[in-house]
Design a protein around this ligand. Structure first.
Ligand code: ACO
Length: 371
C-alpha cells in the first residue's frame, strides 16, 4: 500500500454535479462562463440540486420556498448574541449551523423529501446567519430578509440595512454562482465523508464549513485581502511580493491543485473587481491585484484562483474582510447539499486505508521502566 500525498490525482467517487475537464468547469455540463453571464444564483442552486435548469414555475416555486425559509429561529439569534465579540467568523458560522440543527425538527430525518427541505433551509438561512452575526457583534439589530428578493439582494440588504445598488447585487449574484460548486474540493469531500456514515445533512455541512475555513481552501480570500492591506500602496507591491517569494511564503489566491493553466472563475471576478473599482472611485485594490498577478505569474508561473479577485470585489462592496469566507460558505452550501443528496442516493461508507510508517513489533514497556 503506497499513499499519494494529499490524494492528488485520486478519483474518489463518481459525481454528475460538476466537472473540471481540460481546465473547463461545468455545473451539470453547462460551462461556468455561460452561467456566470446568463444565470441567477437561484437557477444555479436548482440546477445543482435537481440536475436541470428550472422552467419559470419551478424557479418561482424554489424562490418562494427559499424566501419562506430564510428567517432563523429566535433561539439561534440569542445564541449568536451570546457569542464572544472577537470570535473567528468561520468558527462562529460552524457553531451557529450546528446550533441551527438543534432547532430543526427534521434534522435527523433521512427521507429524500426531508433532505431536500433541509437543503432549502440551509441555503436560505446561511445568508441570514452571516448577516445577523455581522450586525449583532456591532451591537446592531439583525434585519429580516425581504420576502421575494434574491439571495444576493437580501444578503447585502440584511448586512447594511440599505437597498443595495443594481451593480452590487449583480456582483454578489455572480460571486455566488462562481463559488457554488467545484467537484471534489476539500470541503465537499469532507461533507461526503461525513454523510457516508449515514450521519445527517447538518453534520455534513458543519464538517464542510470546518474544512472551508483553512487558508489553503476558502480561507484564502481573507488572506488575500490581508496581504493587499499589508502592501497598502501599489508602489510597494513588487518589493513585498518578491520578498515573500524569496522567503518561500505562499502567495494567497494563487495556485490550484487541479488547474495548472488558470482557474476559469478568476477572469469573471477580475472583471467585476475592475468594474466595482470604477464605480466606487477606488481602483487601488484592483490595480494592486493586477500588479501582483503580473509578478507572481511572471516569476512562478502561478495563476490566480477564485479567491484572488474575490477579495477586492467584496472589499469594493463594503464587506468586512472576515466575512469573505462565510460568504463563500453561503454559496458553496448549494454544492455541499447537492453532493450530500448525491451521496445518499448511492451511498457506501468512505473509508480509505493509510500506508503505515510507524514502528513495527514495538514492545509494551511497563510504566516503571519508561524514561
Ligand atoms: N505561492 C507560492 N508558491 C506556491 C503557491 C503559492 N500560492 N502555490 C503553490 N506554490 C508552489 C509550492 O510552494 C510548491 O513549490 P515547490 O514544488 O518548489 O515546493 C509547488 O508550487 C506546488 O505546490 P503545492 O502546495 O504542493 O500544490 P498543491 O496542489 O498541494 O496546493 C494550493 C494547491 C493549496 C491551492 C496551493 O497552490 C496554495 O497553497 N495556494 C495558496 C492558497 C490558496 O490560494 N488557496 C485557495 C485555493 S482555491 C480554493 O480552495 C477555493
Amino acid at each position: 500500500m503506497t499513499a499519494t500525498k494529499g490524494l492528488e490525482g485520486i478519483v474518489a467517487t463518481t459525481s454528475s454535479i460538476s466537472s473540471i475537464i481540460d481546465g473547463v468547469l461545468t455545473y451539470r455540463g453547462i460551462n461556468i462562463d455561460e452561467l456566470a453571464e446568463k444565470a441567477t444564483f437561484e437557477e444555479v442552486v436548482y440546477l445543482l440540486w435537481f440536475g436541470k435548469l428550472p422552467n419559470q414555475s419551478e424557479l418561482d416555486d424554489l424562490k418562494g420556498k427559499l424566501s419562506e425559509a430564510s428567517s432563523i429561529p429566535e433561539e439561534v439569534i440569542q445564541y449568536v448574541q451570546g457569542l464572544p465579540k472577537e470570535v473567528n467568523s468561520m468558527a462562529a458560522l460552524r457553531s451557529i449551523v450546528s446550533t441551527l440543527s438543534l432547532y430543526d425538527e427534521e434534522a435527523n430525518e433521512m427521507s429524500d423529501e426531508a433532505n431536500i427541505r433541509k437543503a432549502i433551509r440551509l441555503q436560505a438561512q446561511l445568508p441570514t446567519i452571516v448577516a445577523a452575526f455581522a450586525r449583532l457583534r456591532e451591537g446592531q439589530e439583525p434585519i429580516q430578509p425581504k420576502q421575494g428578493a434574491s439571495i444576493a439582494y437580501n444578503f447585502l440588504y440584511m448586512l447594511t440595512g440599505e437597498e443595495p445598488t443594481d451593480i452590487a447585487v449583480e456582483a454578489m449574484d455572480k460571486a455566488l454562482i462562481l463559488h457554488a460548486d467545484h467537484e471534489l474540493n476539500a470541503s465537499t469531500f469532507a461533507s461526503r465523508v461525513t454523510v457516508a456514515t449515514l450521519s445527517d445533512m447538518y453534520s455534513g455541512v458543519v464538517s464542510a464549513i470546518g474544512a472551508l475555513k483553512g487558508p489553503l481552501h476558502g480561507g484564502a480570500n481573507e488572506q488575500v485581502m490581508a496581504m493587499l492591506e499589508e502592501i497598502g500602496t501599489s508602489d510597494r507591491a513588487e518589493s513585498v511580493i518578491k520578498e515573500k517569494l524569496s522567503n518561500k511564503e505562499k502567495i494567497m489566491g494563487f495556485g490550484h491543485r487541479v488547474y495548472k493553466n488558470g482557474d476559469p472563475r478568476a477572469k469573471h471576478l477580475q472583471k467585476m473587481s475592475k468594474q466595482l473599482g470604477e464605480v466606487t472611485g477606488n481602483s487601488n485594490w484592483y490595480e494592486m491585484s493586477t500588479q501582483i498577478e503580473e509578478i507572481v505569474t511572471g516569476s512562478k508561473g502561478l495563476k490566480p484562483n477564485v479567491d484572488f479577485y474575490s477579495a477586492s470585489v467584496y472589499t469594493s462592496l463594503g464587506i468586512p474582510r472576515d466575512l469573505f469566507t462565510p460568504i463563500f460558505a453561503m454559496s458553496r452550501v448549494s454544492g455541499w447539499t447537492a453532493h450530500i443528496l448525491e451521496q445518499f442516493e448511492n451511498n457506501r461508507l468512505i473509508r480509505p486505508r493509510a500506508e503505515y510508517t510507524g514502528p513495527s513489533s514495538a514492545p509494551y514497556v511497563p510504566m516503571e521502566d519508561r524514561a
